[in-house]
Design a protein around this ligand. Structure first.
Ligand code: UD1
Ligand code: CA
Length: 451
């Protein structure tokens, strides 16, 4: 049977106290809704219908390139009303799965079980909570689910029930229209409750199966910043568990943040407080020291990154040493065995095999060959006030400390540049070039006297 997924995402999320629509709040660096859409995709949904309302334009444009049907629920009259808006887009022939845009951590495997439980009727998810406040309660009779009662409509006895409706539901598409038509809003909140379909199904003799979800985090929704923070930790815990499972050494699984995808080779070690954003790939035996931020970087085998380094949109070869306090800005490519030391900033540049810039330098829009040694305090003056200019340093050059290279300029193979030089003309290969005032000493000079 084909699968059509309805995602409810129209709610405002008042308790977030934010101008951002709730489902756009980031979890692990991505909007909440992205996780739910990924899961629908993973389940092989034929169609995904997203019911949206609050911040409709912002939500749609955040997912402009995603293959989903958008349905506008202008007024949020309840979960039943929300599903009704999606009805024209789901098939009679389909199994329908209802997900919440603000419950991002549900696993596809759990939902597969739910779909199986719904093969002969309707299936709901439940969870056993120590504190069930705010949730709909599962009312059972002789062990069988009888109905779901919302907290605001529940009697004192019903409020004592700890088994709650987790919200996610699977049901046959051909029944949906009939049941939704019968849902009213005569309840404490004057809302159309989707949960009423349980009673309607039973009345029609359709079996209702309740599937208990063991890990309550899977069905936890985000209603406040506090809950968002809790889910963030749960997500990070999952990332850490996966990495440990794969054999990555984590100094502290609780002090790791993956905001994207992190791929690791064998025997990778990651120290505390590192943040990985976008797509990061670490080769075999790579070591990342404490307090590093890596965003969209690829690192070759045996490279070591020292503390407090910030690496962005760069490719780093094998056996390199980077940091401490290194900054690689977008467009950097380091060949194997390159050393980038403390307080060195590199931008849009390539460094050839075994080249080194160990201290206090700025290398921007430059092309360095192999075995180049960049002395402390070297600066490429890449900006003439209007445009960026390139600096070329060929193989085996030695750039003395405190050299300024005024681009565009080419330092030919094997050049030696004397310390403190300002180089604004191309240098000849294999020669020592000095561009600084000659040192003079004045004999017989006397210091000024104070009057
Ligand atoms: C709902 C369930 C409750 C369950 C809880 C689990 C109903 C009537 N109640 O309650 O039994 O324990 O979820 O979290 O279904 N939404 C819309 N349009 C609306 C109303 C809601 O799109 O008109 C969306 C929200 O954005 C949210 C989801 O539906 O993603 C759930 O809505 P919410 O208001 O949080 O439902 P609860 O009252 O918490
Ligand atoms: Ca809720």
């Amino acid at each position: 049977m084909p699968l059509d997924v309805i995602v409810l995402a129209a709610g405002q999320g008042k308790r977030m106290r934010s101008a951002l629509p709730k489902v756009l709040h980031p979890l692990g660096g991505r909007p909440l809704l992205a996780y739910v859409l990924d899961t629908a995709h993973e389940l092989g949904a034929r169609k995904t219908v997203v019911v949206h309302g609050h911040g409709a334009e912002a939500v749609r444009s955040a997912f402009a390139n995603t293959d989903v049907h958008w349905v506008l629920q202008a007024e949020q009259l309840g979960t039943g009303h929300a599903v009704l808006q999606a009805l024209p887009h789901v098939g009679q022939d389909a199994q329908v799965l209802i997900l919440y845009g603000d419950a991002p951590l549900v696993r596809a495997a759990t939902l597969k079980q739910l779909l199986e439980a719904a093969s002969d009727g309707l299936a709901i998810t439940t969870a056993e909570l120590d504190d069930p406040r705010g949730y709909g309660r599962i009312v059972r009779k002789a062990g069988h689910v009888e109905r779901i009662v919302e907290e605001k409509d529940a009697s004192a006895a019903e409020r004592g029930i700890r088994e709650v409706n987790a919200g996610l539901m699977a049901l046959p598409g051909r029944r949906l229209a009939g049941w939704l038509a019968k849902i009213g809003n005569r309840n404490a909140q004057k809302e159309y409750y989707l949960t009423d379909v349980v009673t309607l199904a039973l009345r029609d003799g359709v079996p209702v199966n309740a599937m208990k979800v063991e890990d309550a985090m899977e069905v936890a929704g985000v209603n406040s910043k506090r809950e968002l923070a809790l889910l963030e930790r749960a997500l990070q815990r999952r990332h850490a568990e996966r990495l440990l499972e794969e054999g990555v050494s984590l100094a502290d699984p609780a002090r790791l943040d993956v905001r994207g995808t992190l791929q690791c080779g064998a025997d990778v070690a990651i120290d505390v407080n590192c943040v990985f954003e976008g797509r990061v790939s670490l080769g075999d035996r790579v070591r990342i020291a404490a307090n590093c931020v890596l965003r969209n970087v690829t690192i070759g085998a045996d490279t070591e990154v020292f503390p407090f380094s910030h690496l962005e949109d760069s490719e780093i070869g094998a056996r390199c040493r980077v940091g401490p306090y290194a900054r690689l800005r977008p467009g950097v490519s380091l060949a194997d065995e390159v050393h980038i030391g403390n307080f060195v900033e590199v931008k849009a540049s390539r460094l050839g095999h075994a080249s080194k810039a160990n201290h206090l330098s700025y290398i921007g829009d430059a092309e360095l060959g192999a075995r180049v040694n960049v002395g402390a305090g070297t600066i490429t003056c890449n900006y003439d006030g209007a445009a960026k200019q390139r600096t070329i340093i060929e193989d085996d050059c030695f750039i003395g400390s405190d050299t300024t290279l005024v681009a565009p300029v080419r330092v030919a193979k094997g050049s030696y540049i004397g310390a403190g030089s300002t180089i604004n003309k191309d240098t000849p290969a294999g020669q020592l070039t000095l561009a600084r005032a000659r040192q003079v000493s004045i004999s017989g000079w006397k210091p000024p006297k104070k009057s």
